[in-house]
Design a protein around this ligand. Structure first.
Ligand SMILES: NC(=O)c1ccc[n+]([C@@H]2O[C@H](COP(=O)([O-])OP(=O)(O)OC[C@H]3O[C@@H](n4cnc5c(N)ncnc54)[C@H](O)[C@@H]3O)[C@@H](O)[C@H]2O)c1
Length: 256
């Protein structure tokens, strides 16, 4: 990918799953990669995996549900490298809250909104001034098919949080475009990670799972590397004129 080597990227909640795959992909592209997670074991595993692949990345323990922690972590990456080019707001998820609206409590809503939406808001609040100072940058948010067309495994709180991420993306793209900063959001369908594989099996019968995959035009769910490639593209020079989009990455499932 053009224009990635030597640039600094900060990825939140990237000790596992899609975030880890994306961090490794961006390290392979020659970026200076900083990964945060609240789980230090996950960070250690990511570091080991990077070592096995002969890739370099830096890790920092930070809870994306805390404005202070995520702000300090982003600042640390900036101070160490002297720049911040790309922010990937990956931390998120439905936090195993119920699928049915009537069963979701205020606390469930608050946790899911706090991590998915406010986590991205707080990371942007810390990162955008640093990007302005550097003359430009890229923000890549993680929406979801859930936020655009509904979810088969996560509930209304998650769908609402991911819809809000898409709206936040558009508004920030308008406000920060004049500073040379693009803001985009990717909207994956189901991506098979250890967490979602469990949730998928718990919330849909074997028969339903088979039928749903059979209706996806590409006849499979995504792999974390499918998402990592899209993030690398949006961070690259080839995506310089794309901003404010919510990009479907769902194998055509939205048409099914
Ligand atoms: N997996 C999917 O099917 C799917 C589909 C659409 C969108 N997404 C979105 O993609 C992103 C990554 O999803 P995933 O399935 O890879 O996630 P995951 O559940 O596998 O978690 C990845 C990492 O996030 C960390 N994490 C969780 N809460 C955190 C917090 N408060 N602060 C810091 N780190 C925290 C975990 O420790 C873990 O290492 C999320 O925003 C998710 O909503 C996922």
């Amino acid at each position: 990918m053009r224009g990635l080597a030597g640039k600094t990227v900060f990825l939140t909640g990237a000790g596992a799953g899609i975030g880890r795959a994306t961090a490794l992909r961006l390290a392979r592209e020659g970026m200076r990669v900083w990964v945060s997670d609240r789980d230090s074991g996950a960070l250690d595993d990511t570091l080991q995996e990077a070592g096995r692949l002969n890739l370099r990345l830096e890790t920092v323990k930070a809870d994306s549900s805390s404005e202070a922690e995520i702000g300090q972590a982003i600042r640390r990456a900036f101070d160490a490298t002297g720049r911040l080019d790309v922010l990937v707001n990956n931390a998120g998820g439905s936090l195993h809250t119920p699928y049915r609206f009537a069963e979701e409590t205020d606390e469930d809503w608050s946790r899911v909104m706090g991590l998915n939406l406010m986590g991205a808001v707080w990371a942007c609040r810390a990162a955008l001034p640093l990007m302005q100072r550097g003359g430009g940058g890229r923000v890549i948010n993680y929406g979801s098919k859930a936020g655009r067309y509904g979810s088969l495994i996560a509930g209304p709180n998650y769908a609402a949080a991911k819809g809000a991420i898409a709206s936040l993306t558009r508004q920030l793209a308008m406000e920060y475009g004049p500073d040379g900063i693009t803001v985009n959001c990717i909207c994956p369908g189901v991506v098979l990670t250890p967490r979602t594989s469990g949730l998928w099996a718990e919330r849909r019968s074997a028969e339903e799972r088979e039928r749903i995959v059979a209706e996806i035009p590409l006849r499979r769910h995504a792999d974390p590397d499918d998402i990592a490639g899209v993030v690398a593209f949006l961070a690259s020079d080839d995506a310089a004129f794309i901003t404010g989009v919510a990009l479907d990455v769902n194998g055509g499932q939205a048409m099914a």
